[in-house]
Design a protein around this ligand. Sequence first.
Ligand code: GDP
Ligand code: MG
Length: 397
Amino acid sequence: MFEKLRNVFFLIRQGKELDSIIRELQIALITSDVSVKVVKELTERIKKRVVEERSRYPGLPLSSIVSRIVYEEMKNIIGERREYPLIPHTLMLIGLYGSGKTTTAGKLALWFKKRGLRPVIVETDDRRPGAREQAKQVAERAGVDFFFVEPSRSEEINALKKRYDVVIVDTAGREENNERLEELERMKITIVPDKTLLVVPADAGQTAARHLEGLARVGIDGVIITRMDGSGKGGAALVVMKEHGVPVYFIGTGEKLEDIEPFDPDRYLQGLVGIKIDVSPKKELKKDIDLYTFHEYIQQARSMGPLDRIAAMMGIKVDIGIAEERLKKYDAIFKSMTEQERRNPDILNESRINRIARGSGTTPADVRAFIKDYKNFVRLVKKLKRGRLPWRGRFIS
Ligand code: GDP
Ligand code: MG
């Protein structure tokens, strides 16, 4: 789900300009089947916030501002982690055809059973041939009791509440269609489920989102996203989360009944971002600076301009004209270094410096200048941490 965002975060780290990042983000979301309206709202907010924070924290690399804000805005929609209550209750699964409701009923039954509760599966799908038999088999696999109840007799379900801890009511798939929605509404009024959960497959797109919109009108308390193990794009799921502000409680990650897990928004988003995101910009200034940070700034500087100011900000003493040339060399030098050298530049001796110079098409003097500027940069950031902000009108000479 939202796998394309991975690429956006990658571009952000490469130090692309804001406009091209926003464009990539829009493309990523639209090709993930998120509706144009949601994409527009989301990216406009992101852009506005980035511009604001950029002037508020001019010392931070654009890449870290952008990745944090994109992360936070996605997190805003996806929400906080919410534990599903492990108490006796009745839950109803609703969703479109083939979204994974019956399978999820079995997964949840097993999940509650493993946690010491006594679940029962109640099938109410009297439309699809074989639905009853399928649900019965699922209940058998989960090792829980099973009942079939006609939707028109759903009051019978209430008697089961006393006999079981968790009454899982599976319903027939439906599309936005009044007659069937009314049936669902009547069932809700009769059973009064504690939780009505909308089952949304990760591969549902914009058309599904429209139908889900109609379905959700009966009132939902949460979402379960199925088929997270596939190549789903997540468009409909994101729209539902945004429009209803309800939590995603579980995700389905396979066809087996064990393949269900509580949804952890942070873990999920961090998986997409590829790196851990610091939530506070202040915290970010505190983190240790190393050659990687320096390189990040260089990338930034090369895509931002005006270069003289940026270079000055970084503590690099250059004339305006040669700044770009210098930064290009620095980038090449960084790329020719080994991991070990980047982590610990102090090990750079004559022969290493010569090797790096050869590898990067520069001279040993360039490599030495790179290291010197890096050290200046470290000193500058240390000053910054003590609260002096050299770019507020007082650039280093
Ligand atoms: P229903 O019509 O909503 O009851 O959907 P079903 O439970 O019958 O599931 C439809 C198909 O989706 C079945 O082939 C399931 O095995 C499959 N399915 C359900 N959940 C998942 C999941 O999390 N991952 C994968 N890969 N398949 C799933
Ligand atoms: Mg079913």
